[in-house]
Design a protein around this ligand. Structure first.
Ligand SMILES: Nc1ncnc2c1ncn2[C@@H]1O[C@H](COP(=O)(O)OP(=O)(O)OP(=O)(O)O)[C@@H](O)[C@H]1O
Length: 257
């Protein structure tokens, strides 16, 4: 359904991602992992059509997404990491705005917006302005906004940040059901235990390049390591965090006089 072919992006001739190739199929949850600065956000921006690859292309249903970006976006739901929303609107008004921009019929929109707000425990806050919402509440509004138009492809960028345990569990259950409904899901996260639980396949990115693309269980088996976290640390050659933490504490103790 979604395909990246040799997608590369450079900023002022400095490569951020290079030669990214993957296919995301219907009903599949694809985890996209990598340390800070490895190129996850750059990939997401290419996938949602916010930036064009410097080289290569992004295809949806076999067609370059930039051929008809509006038609592509009608099939796309995107939950961003940061909840930058119109803070003067209420949760309900925000969903109404998004739904109208998506071209939903008014009666259908009203029904869907109110149902989603109720299901995501936002009914009592639906008339309050978004500036009064907690981070987790804003995150749930963004989730509702991304699902409102029943998209075929959904991109979640760190969806669990700000969600409490119950909301996080609801989200995980939802992810499984969405995949069962045939949605293609791209899941960007740092929370490796969750990625391990919910993703059919994971791509690991290091310094802008794909260093692994396999089901989580296969990665741990092939590398003879117990968890996805240890695979990740090995693949991206993460620094010795304990040693650095010790050094930070030592620096803190340096006397000021
Ligand atoms: N607008 C930009 N201009 C210049 N360089 C950029 C720009 N955006 C990203 N980069 C660079 O591209 C590389 C990849 O950045 P990107 O934001 O995609 O990484 P990331 O994996 O999403 O990181 P994080 O986990 O910290 O969000 C980094 O070296 C970053 O400095």
């Amino acid at each position: 359904m979604l395909e990246l072919q040799h997608a590369s992006k450079s900023y002022r001739s400095i490569p951020a991602v290079e030669d990214i190739n993957f296919v995301l199929r219907e009903g599949e949850v694809l985890g996209y992992l990598g340390p800070n600065g490895s190129g996850k956000s750059t990939t997401v921006k290419m996938v949602i059509g916010m930036i064009q690859p410097t080289k290569g292309k992004v295809l949806f249903a076999g067609r370059n997404i930039h051929y008809d970006l509006a038609a592509y976006r009608a099939q796309l739901g995107y939950v961003p990491e940061e909840a930058h929303v119109y803070t003067h609107l209420s949760g309900l008004e925000y969903l109404q705005l998004v739904g109208r921009l998506r071209g939903l019929e008014e009666r259908v929109l009203e029904l869907k917006a109110r149902s989603l707000l109720q299901l995501l425990s936002l009914e009592s806050a639906q008339y309050s302005s978004l500036s009064d919402y907690s981070k987790g509440m804003k995150q749930r509004v963004l989730l509702a906004a991304a699902l409102l138009h029943n998209p075929r492809l959904i991109v979640f960028d760190e969806p669990l940040s700000g969600l409490d345990a119950v909301s996080a569990r609801l989200f995980k259950d939802l992810l499984v059901l969405l995949a069962r409904e045939g949605k293609a899901i791209l899941y960007i996260s740092h929370v490796l235990e969750v990625v391990e639980q919910v993703c059919d396949r994971v791509i690991v990115l290091a310094k802008g390049k794909i260093v692994a693309d396999a089901p989580p269980r296969e990665l741990t088996r092939l590398m003879e390591l117990p968890t996805l976290e240890s695979v990740f640390a090995q693949l991206v050659r993460q620094t010795d965090t304990l040693r650095i933490a010790n050094q930070v504490v030592e620096v803190m103790k340096v006397s000021h006089d």
